[in-house]
Design a binder for this molecule. Structure first.
Ligand SMILES: *[C@@H]1O[C@H](CO)[C@@H](O)[C@H](O)[C@H]1NC(C)=O
Ligand SMILES: *[C@@H]1O[C@H](CO)[C@@H](O)[C@H](O)[C@H]1NC(C)=O
Ligand SMILES: *[C@@H]1O[C@H](CO)[C@@H](O)[C@H](O)[C@H]1NC(C)=O
Ligand SMILES: *[C@@H]1O[C@H](CO)[C@@H](O)[C@H](O)[C@H]1NC(C)=O
Length: 735
């Protein structure tokens, strides 16, 4: 424990040194990639420190300008505004009973009206919200020539006759949202030359035509959100040349054509979110030279030409989130002024630094995965802030994991160290066997050490993991412990296979009796360790091909449950887990099954006199547990790999549970299975029991009990009939 504390203190000191290093780096004026300056100070902080709600810079510059206010979307007033603050006197007499009037504003919200009432022609603002007006007849507003704002929302308006809005020459804002309008006749807005805002949200309008907008030469804001539009008319801006904002979110638009936005050269904001657009033909957006905001999120776009945005040089904000899109490397090359880019929910399999580099002014980027942020180190704010394995605050997501990582680390480490000690102190006749078991203990112990380090770093980063996540995953420490875990699993797997094969040869072919000599055994074991070492080192050889192989998640274990990692690392991980390890697992299962069959056969042939059911059960049990522990350990990993091959989405938490609970199962159980249950330890144990029994039990009871224990322990001895063979095979099975 003292040792551990010292180790921890050492690590702490190292961590502090790392932070200090960051600070000294900071005095270089330009920050290195992934680091950003504290406003006008020369101190640099990592990407993840910015906008995390904690002031890390003296001048708090890391928490400034955090809101993504790029583009126009955020600067525009809310569409459904209330009537302006009214002056007390009314100048509209007479006016309907249920209404309130101040100056020339008339408010008739929830007035129980069934039709548009008679109103003085001086009215400038008229609200008829939330009444029961179902239709607007011809020329119903004809006299209201001074009207500037007309609110008609929530009436369930269904029929609006062609001439309903005639005469409203000064109308600026028209609200028709939340009604039951299915169609609007072309020419209906003929007289609304001054109209700036037209709001048609939440109606069942299925079709609009270019001619519908005839007369709206001043229109700058058009909103048709939540309707049933299936298409946009050709050259939609032909009649509304000053349109600067169009919102068609949540319709059923399936198609855009290259002539849809032909003359929309004043358009600044275009939102087509939540539609069913699949294909964006060439040059669709090229007329939109002034566009600053483009929202294409939640569509079915799978391909976007690299040239799709070439002419859109003023774009500041693009949202492509939740499209099944394959991005091109040069997709964003022309977007030099872009400040905000949303790519949430998008798998970017070909992600590359080059993809985001041309966007020099990018300050906010939104990804599906935490690890993508590494590819945009020049972007100050990048989300999400962590992967699924770790939460925002902690390396390990919850307390159960935190406790178990220590428990399992202790069990694995001390179990193996104990056995290692036992094997060293107690001389066995079978030195070669002992050697291989010791090797196994060493490799299993590494798994315990790995878990200890995970636990230590979890404590170190407690409460502020998200800040350090990237630094941690890129760190040497992470790579080293990942390497340890990999070395441990691979050496362990190879050793188990080797031990199994050795046993298999002895038992299935007992009379060839070709056991390995000490020298051969040492060579084999060295070979296995070297192989394990090479397997674990290979990913360090070529950083370009393998990427940061170990630092893919907070656990630093290269599970690669995710399909979109770099191909090099992905293939290697697949080769290790579904190649080497699966093969080893199959060999082990096959060998034990045939060993068991072989023993049972010889048992039946040679020991008819003493049908030793107990013995068979004991052997079967041990074999069963050896295979079971392997199966528990590896089958989930194989399943995970296969599922990820089938492109099933696997949450990060599953990976971390597998790494904490399931992978170490073998390492923790191996000392039990291969040493603590062997005849030697059993013998010691029995002696202890016997001594105990002599003191407390009656003589005859003791006899029968001892007899039965002896019977259960050496089934093979009885079958083989030769003393040497007896002990040999028992030790073989045991180890
Ligand atoms: C940084 O800016 C603040 C005000 O914005 C100013 O008071 C301060 O002197 C500046 N510091 C440096 C080092 O330029
Ligand atoms: C005023 O409104 C109430 C319900 O809100 C309704 O019952 C009543 O008929 C209305 N009066 C007039 C004159 O419309
Ligand atoms: C992008 O679109 C998605 C889905 O429509 C939305 O949730 C997200 O907030 C948008 N991002 C930005 C930065 O506006
Ligand atoms: C980036 O934005 C800043 C202001 O926000 C501007 O001064 C600068 O010119 C822009 N950079 C480029 C490459 O356009």
């Amino acid at each position: 424990m003292v040792l551990l504390l010292q180790l921890f203190a050492l690590l702490q000191a190292k961590g502090l040194a790392a932070v200090a290093k960051v600070d000294t780096d900071a005095y270089i004026h330009v920050c290195k990639k992934g680091y950003f300056p504290c406003g006008n100070l020369s101190i640099c902080l990592p990407q993840s420190f910015h906008c995390d709600g904690v002031k890390n810079c003296e001048n708090a510059a890391d928490e400034e300008n955090c809101d993504d206010d790029s583009g126009w979307t955020n600067s525009f007033p809310v569409a459904c505004q209330n009537l302006p603050e009214m002056a007390p006197k009314c100048s509209l007499h007479p006016y309907p009973k249920n209404c309130t009037c101040r100056e020339t504003h008339l408010e008739c919200t929830r007035a129980g009206l069934y039709s548009v009432p008679q109103i003085s022609s001086h009215v400038t603002v008229l609200s008829l919200k939330r009444n029961n007006i179902l239709s607007l007849p011809d020329e119903v507003f004809l006299m209201l020539t001074e009207m500037k704002y007309l609110y008609l929302q929530k009436n369930c308006l269904k029929t609006i006759s062609k001439k309903a809005f005639f005469g409203l020459f000064k109308l600026q804002n028209l609200y028709l949202n939340h009604n039951c309008i299915t169609s609007l006749t072309a020419g209906i807005f003929r007289d609304l030359h001054k109209l700036k805002w037209l709001i048609l949200d939440e109606n069942p309008i299925a079709k609009i035509s270019q001619q519908l907008f005839t007369g709206l030469q001043s229109l700058s804001y058009l909103s048709v959100v939540k309707n049933s539009l299936e298409a946009l008319p050709r050259n939609i801006c032909a009649q509304i040349p000053h349109i600067s904002w169009m919102d068609f979110a949540s319709n059923h638009i399936k198609l855009l054509t290259s002539s849809t936005f032909l003359t929309c050269d004043k358009l600044k904001v275009l939102c087509i979110r939540d539609n069913q657009i699949g294909i964006v033909p060439k040059k669709t957006f090229s007329p939109l030279r002034r566009l600053t905001d483009l929202d294409l999120s939640q569509n079915l776009i799978s391909k976007l030409l690299p040239s799709a945005f070439t002419e859109l040089r003023h774009l500041e904000k693009v949202n492509l989130s939740f499209n099944p899109i394959d991005l091109h490397l040069n997709q964003f090359d022309s977007l030099r002024l872009l400040k905000s880019l949303s790519l949430e929910g998008i798998e970017i399999s070909n992600i590359n630094l080059r993809m985001f580099l041309p966007m020099k002014n990018l300050s906010h980027i939104y990804f599906k995965k935490f690890r993508y942020c590494t590819y945009a180190p020049h972007v100050r704010v990048c989300t999400p802030l962590t992967d699924g394995i770790s939460t925002f605050e902690n390396l390990l997501a919850n307390n159960i994991q935190r406790i178990f990582v220590w428990v399992i680390a202790c069990v694995t480490c001390f179990g193996n160290l104990f056995v290692l000690g036992m094997r060293s102190f107690i001389q066995s006749e079978y030195k070669t066997q002992t050697l291989s078991i010791k090797s196994l203990c060493c490799s299993d112990c590494l798994m315990g050490i790995y878990l200890f380090f995970v636990g230590i770093f979890d404590i170190k980063y407690q409460g502020q993991y998200k800040k350090y996540a990237l630094i941690w995953m890129e760190s040497l420490q992470c790579r080293i412990i990942g390497f340890l875990a990999m070395l441990s699993t691979e050496v362990s797997v190879l050793l188990l296979t080797f031990l199994t094969l050795e046993k298999y040869l002895v038992i299935v072919f007992p009379f060839t009796n070709k056991r390995l000599g000490k020298c051969q055994m040492v060579t084999m074991l060295t070979g296995i360790w070297i192989t394990g070492f090479i397997l674990a080192t290979i990913p360090f050889w070529n950083e370009d091909f393998f990427g940061n192989y170990y630092g893919k998640n907070g656990m630093c274990f290269p599970m690669y449950s995710d399909q979109t990692e770099e191909t090099g690392g992905k293939i290697y991980s697949l080769g290790i887990f579904l190649g080497v390890n699966l093969l080893a697992f199959i060999i082990i299962v096959f060998s034990y099954v045939s060993m068991f069959c072989s023993i049972q056969k010889t048992g039946v042939q040679t020991s008819d006199l003493r049908k030793d059911r107990h013995g068979e059960v004991a052997v079967a049990n041990r074999f069963f547990f050896i295979v079971l522990s392997d199966a528990i350990c590896w089958i989930p990993v194989f399943l995970l790999k296969i599922l990820s091959l089938l492109e099933v989405e696997i949450p990060g938490t599953v990976t971390s549970w597998i790494v904490i609970f399931i992978l170490p199962v073998n390492s923790a159980l191996n000392p039990v299975l291969y040493t603590l249950t062997t005849s030697f330890f059993k013998e010691k144990f029995k002696q202890m029991i016997n001594r105990y029994q002599r003191k407390f039990l009656l003589k005859n009871e003791r006899k029968s009990l001892t007899a039965s224990i002896v019977w259960t322990d050496d089934p093979l001895a009885l079958n083989a009939g030769c003393l040497n063979q007896i002990t040999l095979e028992d030790e073989v099975i045991a180890t």
